[in-house]
Ligand binder design. Structure first.
Ligand code: CP3
Length: 373
């Protein structure tokens, strides 16, 4: 284990006071998960992935595992983005090697249920208990990240009933709704947005220091539709969170258009630049950068913001240590020669893959900390 410094470097980067040295704070998306043997042990002791999410003791335990093993600078509460639609009354199951399934997906506008926000958030009290349990055990020098899916990303699953990986198709139902029921879709996105704001506030009051919004599938949209069906709601959410909790930093992560081959290179570049321009003048504090985006371009575009991410999780899973070092060096050299020196959080471009060897995770963290020091 590396030497722990007592000042919270995650917090000092977020407050723009800059770290005392040049070492960026480090955490990884999906840092608690199947690549860790200690996670698999707790996971199999629970009936299913969802039962683990609803077990505040074990959810806290697996949240803390990667902190204990790797001394990451931040913990992310263990849960899933799909617990919101479940609390709205959708029947959720996680099937081994298939992923999430809703047995009653929304098929027509008539299927949209009216919800009582207080009742929905009340059903998520297990998340608040998990946060309280984590907080009581997490060292003060570590930040705790709470999260939600973005309205658009949640709606992708609510309308499709399952993941794009399992259907081999990028959520065709939501595309159909954009052309056939745009007003109903906007109504659904608004309902979900209001729930997300209240859910985030509750998480903050339970003990998280940072909120992250996962807009994973926003990049499936065209520039114009991205503003209409994803960004607009993200902006409302961050605005409303900050009205109530002005000091809480909010991170947003959108996967760029490279997730689909239907766009040309120039369309992809235009999407990234437009998305960055919107983000740069938004109220978000930190913008997550996926591994398909050129970090030098992200740094130029996002001059007002702290940036996070970009390390390709496939390189980490492949496990060639020379390649791991080269990838980390490439990103860090861009950061150190840019205005983002001291305004960067080291992370992957997307979640850590289950076939990643924990020893390479340690290798990467050690390299980043020693190269930066
Ligand atoms: O980052 C963390 O460590 C915190 C926990 C976390 C999970 N899911 C745990 C999880 C977070 C932040 C998420 C977010 C999430 N969930 C997203 C957005 C981010 C992203 O990765 O794009 C999405 C789209 C989901 C929905 C979801 N959950 C899918 C599609 C799957 C199946 C994919 C797979 O790898 O099997 C999940 C399951 C899931 N969520 C697992 C974990 C650890 C694996 C389930 C298991 O342990 O059996």
């Amino acid at each position: 284990m590396t030497i722990q410094n007592n000042n919270n470097i995650f917090r000092s980067v977020l407050s723009n006071s800059g770290p005392s040295n040049h070492i960026p704070p480090i955490w990884f998306m999906r840092q608690a998960g199947r690549y860790l043997p200690e996670y698999r042990e707790v996971r199999t002791a629970n009936k299913s992935f969802l039962s683990l999410c609803k077990n505040p003791e074990d959810a806290a335990l697996v949240t803390l595992q990667p902190i204990q093993r790797f001394d990451f600078d931040a913990a992310i509460m263990f849960s899933d983005i799909l617990v919101i639609p479940e609390a709205m009354g959708m029947d959720l199951d996680f099937v081994e090697s298939v992923g999430p399934i809703f047995k009653n997906p929304i098929r027509t506008p008539r299927d949209i249920l009216t919800v009582d926000p207080e009742e929905v958030i009340g059903k998520l009290s297990f998340v608040m208990q998990t946060i309280a349990n984590i907080r009581s055990q997490l060292p003060k020098s570590k930040s705790l990240i709470g999260f939600s899916g973005s309205p658009f990303t949640l709606a992708c699953y609510m309308l499709e009933g399952r993941s794009n990986k399992s259907t081999g198709n990028n959520f065709p139902n939501i595309s159909r709704w954009i052309s056939e029921h745009p007003e109903d879709l906007v109504k659904l996105l608004q309902t979900v947005s209001q729930l997300i704001v209240q859910y985030a506030i509750k998480q903050i009051e339970s003990g998280v220091d940072v909120i992250m919004l996962f807009d994973t599938w926003g990049g499936l949209l065209t520039d114009e539709d991205y503003r209409k069906y994803s960004f607009r709601f993200l902006e409302d959410i961050v605005h409303n969170i900050k009205l109530i909790k002005p000091k809480i930093p909010v991170i947003v992560f959108t996967k760029s258009q490279h997730v689909t081959e239907k766009y040309s290179i120039s369309q992809q570049q235009s999407f990234v630049n437009n998305m960055h321009n919107m983000m740069n003048i938004s109220q978000f504090d930190v913008i997550g950068v996926d591994h398909n985006i050129d970090m030098a371009i992200a740094s130029q575009n996002l001059s007002n913001k702290i940036i996070q991410g970009n390390f390709n999780p496939n390189i980490l899973a492949e496990g060639n240590q020379h390649a791991i070092k080269q990838e980390a060096k490439k990103i860090l050299d861009i950061i150190y020669n840019s205005q983002h020196q001291g305004r960067y959080i080291f992370n992957l471009g997307h979640g850590i893959l289950p076939n990643t060897d924990p020893k390479n995770v340690q290798y990467l963290i050690d390299f980043v900390r020693s190269y930066s020091a």
